[in-house]
Design a binder for this molecule. Structure first.
Ligand SMILES: Nc1ncnc2c1ncn2[C@@H]1O[C@H](COP(=O)(O)OP(=O)(O)OP(=O)(O)O)[C@@H](O)[C@H]1O
Length: 582
């Protein structure tokens, strides 16, 4: 396009004619003439601020530049060899950081694609950085979209970087001195710039909010941990105190609601106490957030990186991921407070409980409460071979979870023992399923190994003895993105079942019911029938022992729960030869 054609198109647009330009470009041209008093026939050279002014701008954006730099570097690598120039401009439009090919330095400087150039719209006219600052949106200003004829060879794609309070703080721009003529040639550049900005904002939020919870979101479970779409920072009451720009699109898509200063439960069905359930360690597809408008997202909570969690643990108050394990069940609450004290120590723990009671869940929660950046090594003892254990000799420091140690054969026991002797940087947590009729684990494991594993022996209550059944049902139902509840009859039916498969069995039964239910209320016909295990003969001794454990060996409480008197309980305990475990 020649100079006079460009000027005449601007003239026609200003006179209300449609020339096929993007609306955003036509509006900017209008501002250039009507607001900034620019003349498209007058050539405007690049504006470069003085070295002192540049230093001042850089100092003001110092922290942002430091955070953005690694994002810029990785973006530069992605577009390497394609002659793109990367600019980071501050909120005034001054280029404060720059990546470009030094071979073209003179040409770039002349075109204004250089440190210190001023790309504010009122000075440079319609351009990537300037129009992005005015609209607050990502834009491509391609060739003759530029207002000033001097800039029409360029193609500039720019996206805004917002600070954690939601103010436009900077612009990331990729520009080309020469480009193919279709504007669509810059679509890939647009996606790359937007993705880089998202990561820069995320890094900025993480750096700003080390003492607070961060909740990240994604519409896809697969990308939740590697590349989330947005995040908010929350104080301990669940008030949003920081965010990335994407959070506005996720939580308040029409921009009607202010996010900063509002509580997270205004926007989604999430209690601040439930944040630990959304931490790494639980499968991502189970970490569903239900928004108030019915949409579902996946959530990843990151605990404060300050010393707050360990401080809670030292005093034994239950916080972090342990909080989500149980509701109002006195025995489990006591167990949680013991675990909170034990978690930061190196004491080996042996979790004792029926299948599906949540032993692995607890092991992962204890791991999360330990030192940061350590690995969780899960070893399933059944069918374990020596080479698998030997492979752990070079594994990173962290938690070794031995699942189902009753399944370790003699060879496996020897290998585990040798491993523990060679490594003192592995915190061991073992679990064992109590077999109602089989021998106890202490008899199955050689003593020198057993006593290395059983530093503290912690029984996990079976579901049928838990007093927080309704709480648990509610919690498991919340994993679904839709709002389900149980009818009173369905709740009573589930409460009356034996649950030999414990929480795992309950979770599966609820998944079936959710799938079968036609509305949001789960009723009797939606429930799967109780499994055959219901008719399996159970050992009354085992049941009495776990009930005693659940009642902390308080004979009167146990008698009340069994509906018999205290002396009957004492007689049964003596007859079965039961002794309280220490
Ligand atoms: N408090 C809880 N809240 C939500 N889900 C839970 C809870 N406790 C357990 N679960 C779920 O129940 C299932 C069984 O838990 P887990 O695997 O920890 O049991 P386990 O005792 O280790 O079982 P096993 O001994 O058979 O290996 C898992 O899917 C787990 O996520």
């Amino acid at each position: 396009m020649r100079d006079h054609e460009h000027v005449s198109e601007i003239d026609r647009v200003l006179n209300g004619f449609e020339t096929g330009r993007d609306g955003l470009v036509s509006q900017s041209w209008r501002r250039c003439v009507e607001t900034y008093g620019m003349d498209p026939t007058r050539p405007e050279p690049a504006h470069i601020v003085t070295a002192d002014q540049l230093r001042e701008h850089q100092e003001q954006s110092e922290r942002l530049i430091a955070t953005a730099r690694s994002g810029l570097q990785s973006l530069f690598k992605q577009v390497a060899g394609q002659n793109y120039v990367l600019l980071l401009a501050d909120a005034k439009g001054i280029c404060v950081d720059f990546f470009g090919d030094p071979r073209f330095e003179d040409e770039l400087r002349l075109a204004g694609l250089y440190l210190g150039s001023d790309w504010s719209e009122e000075l440079a006219g319609t351009c990537g950085v300037g129009s992005c600052l005015v609209t607050g949106e990502a834009v491509t200003i391609h060739q003759s979209d530029h207002f000033g004829f001097a800039h029409t060879p360029l193609s500039c794609t720019s996206a805004p970087i917002y600070d954690t309070s939601g103010n436009l703080a900077a612009v990331l721009d990729v520009s080309l001195l020469r480009s193919p003529s279709p504007k669509s040639s810059q679509n890939l550049a647009m996606n790359l710039v937007k993705a880089s900005v998202r990561r820069v904002e995320m890094a900025n939020l993480m750096a700003m909010t080390r003492r607070d919870w961060v909740l990240r979101f994604s519409t896809s479970a697969e990308f939740l941990e590697v590349d989330p779409e947005a995040a908010v920072a929350l104080d301990e009451n669940g008030t949003i105190i920081g965010m990335t720009h994407g959070a506005r699109e996720c939580l308040a898509p029409e921009g009607r609601t202010e996010l900063i200063g509002t509580r997270i439960d205004m926007h989604m069905d999430l209690d601040v106490d439930a944040l630990p359930d959304l931490m790494r360690g639980r499968p991502t597809e189970e970490r569903v957030l239900r928004l108030r408008d019915g949409r579902g997202l996946f959530g990843h909570a990151i605990a404060p990186q300050s010393a707050r969690l360990p401080r809670h643990s030292e005093t034994g108050s239950v916080s972090g991921p342990l909080r989500g394990f149980c509701g109002p069940d006195p025995m489990l609450r006591q167990l949680m407070s013991k675990l909170a004290r034990l978690a930061p120590t190196q004491v080996p723990l042996l979790l004792l409980g029926e299948t599906g009671t949540g032993k692995e869940y607890l092991a992962r929660a204890i791991h999360v409460l330990g030192p940061a950046d350590r690995s969780f090594h899960l070893v399933t003892c059944s069918g374990l071979n020596r080479s698998q254990i030997e492979g752990l000799r070079s594994a990173g420091a962290g938690t070794l979870f031995l699942k189902g140690i009753e399944d370790l054969d003699a060879d496996g026991q020897g290998a585990v023992l040798a491993l523990l002797e060679s490594r003192d940087d592995l915190r061991v947590i073992a679990s064992t399923r109590q077999d109602p009729v089989g021998p106890q684990v202490a008899q199955l494991i050689r003593p020198e190994l057993y006593f290395r594993l059983a530093g503290a022996v912690l029984p996990v209550t079976p579901l049928r003895h838990r007093q927080d059944f309704e709480w648990l049902v509610d919690r498991l139902l919340r994993r679904s993105p839709r709002n389900f509840r149980l009818s009173p009859a369905a709740l009573a039916e589930l409460r009356g079942r034996e649950w030999r498969g414990n929480v795992r069995e309950l979770a599966t039964a609820l998944d079936v019911a959710i799938a079968l239910s036609e509305g949001s209320v789960i009723d009797l016909p939606d429930l799967p029938p109780p499994p055959l295990a219901r008719h399996i003969e159970t050992d009354p001794t085992e049941d009495l022992e776990s009930l005693l454990d659940a009642c902390n060996w308080n004979m009167s409480v146990t008698a009340r729960r069994l509906g018999v008197n205290r002396s009957t309980v004492l007689r049964r305990v003596r007859k079965a030869g039961l002794l309280r475990k220490t």
